[in-house]
Write a protein that binds this ligand. Structure first.
Ligand SMILES: [Zn+2]
Length: 319
């Protein structure tokens, strides 16, 4: 018999650039957490990373007594939550109808759950983070891609299948081309790629004396955040414009769903107040019923761990 105290659950967060891994104890404590850099991995590469991680967690394969009770995966893209198949993923262009849950189960013998990366982020922030004990929340992930999940009346809402894909809501007609093929999606305007392009433009226009300290080709959202904290106006303007666009999208959601709270996570959210303040202002400006029921806009609490931790939680929910 596997002892209860060592029945870990292992969660994986497969993004466009890396895979984050969390090993959770039955009491939802983080036993281990690490990141493997794997830009646009193929399915076989992901399966190899999962094998390695399960070995680290003490799983020796089917037929051996395992300290691992289950595997959870959050993956960017359209996921069939019932079968655990990755139907398609804008950030993993070579993945089409990959039965990921079945493939993992066949190799490991472990119960496996595969969900949209925003769903697992939402589960983590709802059970352990900013949205604890809330019932009506919109979750937004800002990174290479822009994802979303909806908590309505205390239930994660999937609609007829893929509810919450707010990154692909059109916010600008004839706007930039998006990773999904359409134009002007929220992701094409506030995803990392759009932020870097915007920063290059502002750096060229008003980089000032310190323009030479920053190489346009090597800008990342993290570097732009650091520059904003140091008072660089081109970087502050980059996040002000990004925040305004995000805020307009939040206003549309607020008018539609009237949530108590927006929880914003993902790498780009580390820009903090430089992004949140203009987003909140733009949201309030564009909302109906301005005097009442204004949702709060708060950062996620679990930071870059949320996706992997949420994925692992699927196998601990009966605790
Ligand atoms: Zn799109």
């Amino acid at each position: 018999m596997v002892q209860k105290h060592d029945a870990f659950s292992v969660g994986f967060d497969i993004g466009g650039t890396n895979i984050k891994i969390a090993v959770l104890t039955p009491k939802r404590g983080i036993h281990r957490f690490w990141t493997v850099s794997q830009p646009r991995p193929l399915p076989e590469e992901v399966l190899a990373t999962i094998d390695d991680a399960l070995r680290i967690a003490g799983h020796k394969g089917s037929g051996f007594r395992s300290p691992v009770r289950g595997v959870g995966v959050g993956c960017a893209g359209l996921i069939d939550a019932n079968s655990g198949s990755v139907i398609e993923s804008p950030n993993l262009p070579q993945w089409k109808h990959v039965p990921l849950a079945d493939l993992i189960h066949q190799r490991t013998g472990l119960p496996t759950t595969v969900r949209n990366d925003a769903d697992v982020f939402a589960l983590a922030e709802w059970k352990l983070g900013t949205a604890r004990k809330k019932t009506d929340v919109v979750f937004v992930t800002l990174g290479t891609g822009v994802g979303g999940a909806l908590l309505i009346n205390g239930h994660l809402y999937h609609g007829a299948g893929f509810a919450g894909e707010l990154g692909h809501a059109t916010v600008k007609l004839d706007g930039p081309r998006c990773s999904c093929g359409n134009r002007g999606c929220l992701e094409s305007l506030v995803g990392s790629g759009a932020i870097v392009r915007r920063a290059r433009r502002y750096l060229a226009v008003d980089g000032g004396k310190r323009r030479k300290s920053y190489c346009p080709a090597s800008l990342t959202p993290e570097l732009i955040s650091d520059a904003a904290r140091h008072g660089e106006q081109w970087a502050v303007r980059t996040f002000a414009e990004t925040g305004r666009i995000l805020g307009i999208a939040l206003a549309g959601l607020a008018n539609t769903l009237s949530p108590e709270l927006f929880v914003i996570g993902g790498g780009v959210s580390r820009a903090g107040t430089w992004l949140f303040r203009p987003a909140r202002d733009a949201m309030i400006g564009a909302m109906l019923g301005k005097a009442r029921a204004i949702p709060r806009v708060l950062p996620a609490r679990l930071g870059n761990k949320a996706g992997a931790v949420g994925a692992a939680l699927f196998h601990l929910e009966d605790e």
